[in-house]
Write a protein that binds this ligand. Structure first.
Ligand SMILES: NC(=O)c1ccc[n+]([C@@H]2O[C@H](COP(=O)([O-])OP(=O)(O)OC[C@H]3O[C@@H](n4cnc5c(N)ncnc54)[C@H](OP(=O)(O)O)[C@@H]3O)[C@@H](O)[C@H]2O)c1
Length: 291
């Protein structure tokens, strides 16, 4: 398989790289922002000019992901999450490359009771969510050979995410205040990376396919408060977790109250086995404890 990964230094790009190394896969090229700035179409075209792209797949992990900061610099968020994605999707169409784009649960408004499936209509409530929804629209303009994979509450042991922050803060012994009115599906980047490699292998072996949207998360749904409590339980830290309401925090960006995803379509279409969120979390916490 001929695979290119953009935004490779980020959390998910790193998880993909580690998976590729673990599987001793060849022909996988990881492109940091310095190697390839997706917002510059000429740079994208130039980078691939003399590369063999026959049967290639590009996975776009490049994104502007600072949800809070996006509220004060929307043009930067839209440049990467919308224009950059449009550049890649267009380039892939013109070059016969298959394209996988990672998107987010934050395209939803959070008002649904229950799990969001792929038929639910995006209605973002933050600048970050709006910029990602625009990026999705740009991908959907290409009727063939693109997959949008929305994921949620992504965490890893390699980058500073909710998981690492909770473990770090627990060390002070001061009670942790965590919101109980935000519900979602935590997703271990390692599990998503394994799944994406399987998906890439499958789509690189088939001919043209219809562009589609999928949801991938670890199975289940939990409040941030319950999620933090599980992290503390698994890490055996002796610290109290206190439930608070999101309006007690002075956040600029609005978050969806519920953005739990339904992963059944990707599970059946790609024959995946997706473990529960707490099983994956236990493994990640154990890994951090060993470090
Ligand atoms: N993290 C989550 O909780 C979460 C949840 C749902 C969905 N997602 C989605 O999952 C994907 C991966 O997220 P992540 O957690 O891996 O994010 P991340 O750690 O912030 O990684 C994003 C990477 O993209 C790079 N980048 C930014 N602008 C770029 C540009 N113009 N050209 C090329 N690269 C650029 C960043 O580089 P710099 O850091 O140097 O700017 C960074 O290395 C994103 O699409 C995100 O929207 C994330």
């Amino acid at each position: 398989m001929n695979l290119f990964v953009t935004g490779s230094e980020g959390q998910f790009g790193t998880a993909l790289r580690n998976t590729v190394v673990r599987k001793s896969m060849n022909n996988c090229i990881f492109l940091s922002k310095t190697d390839l700035d997706i917002t510059n179409y000429a740079e994208v075209r130039e980078y691939f000019k003399n590369k063999s792209v026959k049967g290639a797949v590009i996975i776009n992990c490049a994104a502007y992901t600072d949800v809070e900061k996006a509220e004060s610099e929307p043009e930067k968020a839209f440049k990467v999450n919308s224009q950059g994605v449009k550049n890649l999707a267009e380039f892939c169409r013109k070059s016969g490359i298959k394209f996988i784009h990672i998107s987010t649960d934050f395209v939803f408004n959070g008002l649904k009771k229950g799990l969001y499936d792929e038929s639910d209509i995006p209605d973002p409530v933050s600048i970050y969510g709006k910029s990602k929804a625009e990026g999705e629209k740009a991908v959907l303009e290409n009727p063939e050979n693109c997959l949008i994979i929305r994921t949620s509450w992504l965490y890893s042991t390699t980058h500073n995410t909710f998981l690492n922050k909770i473990i770090g803060r627990s060390k002070s012994g001061t009670p942790l205040k965590v919101v109980e009115d935000e519900t979602g599906s935590p997703t271990y980047a390692v599990d998503l990376a394994e799944a994406l490699i399987k998906i890439c292998e499958k789509i690189s072996q088939i001919g043209n396919f219809k562009t589609a949207v999928y949801h991938y998360c670890n199975t289940g749904s939990v409040s941030r408060y319950e999620y933090a409590k599980k992290i503390i339980e698994f890490s055996k830290a002796a610290v109290e977790v206190i439930a608070i309401k999101s309006n007690e925090l002075s956040m600029k960006a609005k978050r969806p109250a519920n953005s739990s995803l339904d992963n059944s379509k990707i599970t059946s279409d790609f024959n995946l086995e997706i473990r529960n969120w707490d099983e994956a979390l236990k493994e990640a916490v154990e890994k951090i404890n060993e470090q």
